[in-house]
Design a protein around this ligand. Structure first.
Ligand code: MF3
Ligand code: CO
Ligand code: CO
Length: 260
């Protein structure tokens, strides 16, 4: 089906450090998000921490021409938002901050949603249900499980709340390359797709829309993906390794309690 080579223990050790650093960036930036701040400022804070403190590389910078060090996706932006000094965060916004760090050639890729000021209950609910989609998928990860099981549980949980799942973008294998095989779809049928084995490393990063699933790519910048209907979208992402008994979340944040 595909040539997904499980990683050795020493390779996973490298992934563990990259994942820890990516999570640390989110631990640091999350509490600094404030009304009136720009996404350009968020980018600079993350960039400087990654380069100067972590002595690591922000993977997005110059990746296929991406111009900044992180992605910042506000409200109806689904993913790949480009940080800008002209983009001020306003009260009630929800923003996804997506950080990918390269350390000793290994990648760690993770994102969170942050609320700006006072966030409306309907937006908070979208954010929470999307994180639950991620956790429900990760709870299924173990040797013998298949990727379709993960996609199905994400889709089922989102749709049970009358949300929709974005189909054009997916999770991915990750290692010395940012994006490797396999593709990790956030929808699907149980019992189908790639069978998981210990040592596989990949991301799960569901994008869930409050309205319809359809996307629009900004033709001017070539990156920013928004909902077609202009309604809100949320995303959470972790990088994980399949273990002998389940799932190791390589990008777990210090304060994050995993419900599985
Ligand atoms: N971090 C994104 C992901 O989860 C990819 C961003 S590509 C970029 O796969 F070029 F926009 F940074
Ligand atoms: Co990713
Ligand atoms: Co990412």
């Amino acid at each position: 089906m595909s040539n997904v080579t499980p990683k050795t223990d020493s390779e996973i050790e490298g992934m563990r450090e990259a994942g820890r650093l990516a999570a640390e960036v989110l631990d640091i930036i999350g509490p600094q998000v404030e009304v009136g701040m720009t996404t350009g400022e968020l980018d600079r804070i993350c960039h400087n921490h990654i380069v100067n403190v972590q002595k690591a590389i922000p993977a997005p910078l110059n990746y296929r021409g991406f111009p900044k060090s992180i992605c910042t996706s506000v409200n109806e932006v689904i993913c790949h938002g480009i940080p800008s000094d002209n983009k001020k965060l306003r009260n009630g916004d929800i923003v996804n901050i997506d950080v990918t760090v390269i350390k000793d050639s290994w990648h760690g890729d993770t994102s969170i949603m942050v609320g700006v000021g006072e966030v409306a209950p309907h937006a908070q609910r979208l954010v929470r249900i999307t994180q639950e989609c991620l956790y429900r998928a990760l709870a299924l990860v173990k040797p013998g499980a298949v990727l379709g099981d993960l996609g199905h549980v994400i889709q089922q949980h989102a749709e049970a709340h009358y949300y929709s799942v974005v189909k054009e973008y997916c999770g991915h294998g990750i290692g010395k390359a940012f994006h490797e095989e396999p593709q990790v779809l956030h929808y699907g049928k149980p019992g189908t797709g790639l069978r998981l084995e210990p040592g596989m490393t990949f991301t799960v990063e569901p994008m869930v829309n409050a309205g319809k699933r359809y996307t629009k790519l900004n033709a001017r910048d070539g990156w920013t993906v928004t909902t077609r209907d202009g309604r809100l979208s949320a995303q959470w992402e972790h990088t994980i390794a399949v273990t002998e008994s389940g799932c190791e979340v390589l990008t777990r944040r210090r304060d994050e309690i995993l419900p599985f």
